[in-house]
Design a protein around this ligand. Structure first.
Ligand code: AMP
Ligand code: MG
Length: 494
């Protein structure tokens, strides 16, 4: 007999809320503020399964009641977490969950512990001047990108549901509908959690938090001689590996403040993020980022800077010299991780000393001719040296002849590989997506959703979940983006 019969519903989730065992000043306990007339827009069956929820046994109005904040999920003990962080390089002691609540932690049958965080749940003690709400526009973007990143194999928080409402909030002088997203991840601890305890000189509490994290996220580190140092090393390594993936896929996070950095190395807290349509190292995705601090090419060094903030906050637990040694390893870890990502995208299974040069010369071409890197790599997956496959690639570069020299070097490098063309093509098509969530796609989904039609939200979710699979009915999304895509501008406002 299948064990599906024992699957949970939202009413019977197996909550076990370990964050409440931490000191009371780590959080504020409070209930969500209900949204006006909430309705279910999207429910993600893949994430439901992580929580042992049978995705077929869900009732839209029941979900909307729970995740629109009207009713509390049985077993949920909601709280707003306190944290601080460096925003655009400046320390801000006033942060915390200002519009989201940790509803609780669900332990699934595999013993995995998943945090449920309701974003847009109303005001908390940390809302400052904000209204505690998330608008539909940014909630759609978060719902879609969570699944899109997962589909690409880039570590990310997930999202179970998207709930709309008739409540309105003011953004940029306009009224916009409010929504909630239920964010699901194993970890809501940010670098800023540690910074808060460090800068308020709560060093005993800092140790309590670090012990909690060791046990929950890094149990292997407990077996080492210096567990806190081992944990820090692990965070540095995971962060290097994460940003390498961003750089390899042209992803700009856009708000890399330390309060948006996940301790377990997931892409976290989505705002005006962007997959670049045209490769531009100095691309700034956030209209509020006037200095270009979080420009695409700055991300690797910004992550190191953020890691140094975390290292500073851990100084009561780790010796300064040890922090410095670990931080110094970051650049090489990042470089190797980035090279590994590009080798995969180029279909190179072996390692050659000249690979770095091959990658760097390609990135130079991308930058020089503003190439759409993701379309390029997909097209490269079909490259077999034939005239037709060469012409297809050249069509993606404004000055086609500029690619010739690089292609000769690439073909020479491919000769070292053992895989035949069909095998290489399959390997490359498994890492080079046909579809990527471009800003214009999210904008279209938002525009139609605002008119009451959520079809595109559902279609994109399905498409981006398996972005490597070609779907002829959606071929327009793998073509060049429309001209108006270049005019989209995004800001922090959400
Ligand atoms: P973010 O830019 O989303 O990372 O948010 C930075 C800080 O502002 C966090 O402390 C958030 O909780 C808070 N915040 C963002 N938007 C709102 C809002 N609409 N209402 C209250 N607090 C908010
Ligand atoms: Mg944030």
């Amino acid at each position: 007999m299948s064990d599906d019969y024992s699957m949970a519903t939202l009413k019977t989730l197996n909550f076990d809320n370990s964050y409440l065992s931490l000191p009371e000043n780590f959080y504020q306990r409070l209930h969500p503020t209900p949204l006006k007339n909430p309705f279910l827009i999207g429910f993600n069956p893949d994430v439901a399964q992580l929580l042992d929820i049978d995705p077929c046994a869900v009732n839209p109005s029941v979900i909307a009641g729970y995740l629109g904040g009207e009713e509390l999920l049985p077993g949920s003990e909601p709280l707003a977490m306190k944290y601080t962080g460096h925003q655009f390089g400046v320390y801000n002691p006033e942060l915390g969950d200002g519009r989201g609540l940790l509803l609780g932690e669900v332990v699934n049958k595999k013993g995995e512990r998943w945090d449920l965080h309701l974003k847009g749940a109303g005001k908390t003690a940390f809302s400052r001047f904000g209204d505690g709400r998330a608008v539909l526009r940014s909630s759609i973007r978060e719902y879609l990108i969570s699944e899109a990143m997962h589909g690409l194999g880039i570590p990310t928080t997930r999202a179970l549901s998207l709930v709309g409402s008739e409540e309105l909030a003011m953004r940029n002088g306009m009224m916009e509908p409010c929504a909630t997203v239920l964010r699901v991840t194993q970890c809501h601890i940010r670098f800023g959690h540690f910074e808060h305890l460090y800068y308020t000189r709560q060093h005993d509490e800092l140790k309590v938090l670090a012990d909690y994290c060791l046990e929950r996220y890094f149990p292997d580190c407990l077996q080492t001689e210096k567990p806190y140092l081992s944990m820090y090393k692990e965070v540095v390594q995971r962060s290097a590996s994460l940003v390498a993936k961003w750089q390899a896929y042209g992803f700009v996070h856009a708000v890399l403040n330390t309060d948006n950095m996940s301790l377990i190395g997931e892409t976290f807290d989505y705002g005006p993020y962007t997959f670049m349509d045209h490769y531009k190292p100095d691309h700034v995705a956030n209209g509020n980022d006037h200095q270009g601090r979080y420009a695409f090419a700055n991300q690797p060094s910004i992550i190191q800077w953020n890691l140094s903030c975390l290292g500073q906050a851990l100084l009561p637990l780790i010796e300064r010299d040890d922090v410095v040694v670990v931080l110094d390893q970051y650049s090489e870890q990042y470089k190797q991780a980035e090279l590994a990502e590009f080798r995969k995208r180029l279909g190179l299974q072996l390692q050659d000393e000249a690979d770095e040069e091959l990658v760097m010369s390609l990135l130079k071409l991308f930058a020089l001719y503003s190439v759409d890197m993701n379309r390029f790599f997909r097209c490269l997956s079909n490259f077999d040296g034939s005239d037709a496959s060469t012409a297809a690639l050249m069509a993606l570069i404004k000055v086609p002849a500029a690619l010739s020299e690089w292609l000769i070097a690439y073909e020479a490098r491919l000769e070292q590989e053992v895989a035949s063309f069909p095998i290489r093509r399959a390997q490359m098509r498994a890492v080079n997506p046909e579809y990527i969530l471009r800003n214009y796609m999210a904008e279209e989904a938002i525009r139609t959703a605002t008119e009451g039609d959520f079809t595109l939200v559902h279609d994109l979710l399905m498409l981006l979940r398996n972005p490597m699979d070609e779907r002829s009915e959606f071929s327009r999304f793998s073509a060049a983006p429309p001209e108006w895509a270049g005019g989209i501008s995004l800001t922090c406002s959400s």
